[in-house]
Design a protein around this ligand. Sequence first.
Ligand code: SF4
Length: 359
Amino acid sequence: MELLGKSKEELREFCAELGEPAFRGAQIYHALYSERKFDVAQITNLPAALRARLASEARITLPEVKQRFESTDGSVRYLYALKSSEEQITRPASVEAVFMPSEGRQTICISTQAGCAVDCHFCLTAQLGLIRNLTAGEILAQVLLPLEEHKAQLAPQTNIVLMGQGEPLLNFEAVMAAVRIILDPGGIGISPKHVTLSTSGIVPGVERLALETVRPKLAISLNASNDEQRDALMPINKKYPLPVLMEACRNYPLRTWEHLTFEYVMLGRLNDAAEDARRVVRLLAPLKSVKVNLIPWNPGELPYRQSPPERIEEFRRILVDRGVPAFVRYSRGRDVMAACGQLALLQIDGSPLSVASPH
Ligand code: SF4
């Protein structure tokens, strides 16, 4: 039995099956996610006989940190070799996560799939295709390991962004199992105000997320101001075109403190004209509470241009002047290829590896 990724209820049931009191499951849950104890021998509030039994009948499988790239701005990019012990997982895979410290907080960007099937043209992860879905434990490990590694210098606030490799809403069950533990005050205990799931616009997934009582904030990777442009950049738009996506956004039940975030990668001479900005304003006009993050393109291997800073500022001004809050988000960790949309085509065990994607 793999323990990492299991809910409190699953761990209670597991302990009951072993003939132990169910509350032992809650103790394991607390030790795993609140105290980050990754060896049952360390869970010293369990009786020695139970620890011995767990050592033979259960596992806590962590990915191996194959490489760690440290940026001059303090960001650390981790390259993980996944070695899930879940029975159904047969394919080895690798993913990356990024730890970004800043004043008063740290942000951890995590992956939800190895590779991705969505095929956004500005994203190098797309070139891998989908290798496989990550398990809840593999998603959680990307949060737990950097927190443990930096525990001596952690700032009071932790932000989690599900913006690494993969489309989170196409791995819904595992992502939500992990998110519930991240958000549980008795688990990892991060506020839903500080956890953001970013999607390329999988409408059935957005509708399903809307029904969840415990859920992160939602960000939509927009990147275009009309269907023609978005079809060319993100073929998923042909399946869920902008009117359908915007309708799902309009129906999305925001909490009182919440807004929908739209991410917009600024691609020079492609989606960065003043007319694009005006179309984005019209597109978002029916929505109640929104904000737009404009992300300057990081030049790399793909044939897109950067928008000049003055054009990005003009775009932002048009949005703000028409009542749409808009911010320019510069990527962190550029020197270690940890910025949005950058991909390190490294080879580990023959598998190409990628880093945080633009969504
Ligand atoms: S941007 Fe996100 S959804 Fe699109 S291909 Fe890359 S990882 Fe997949």
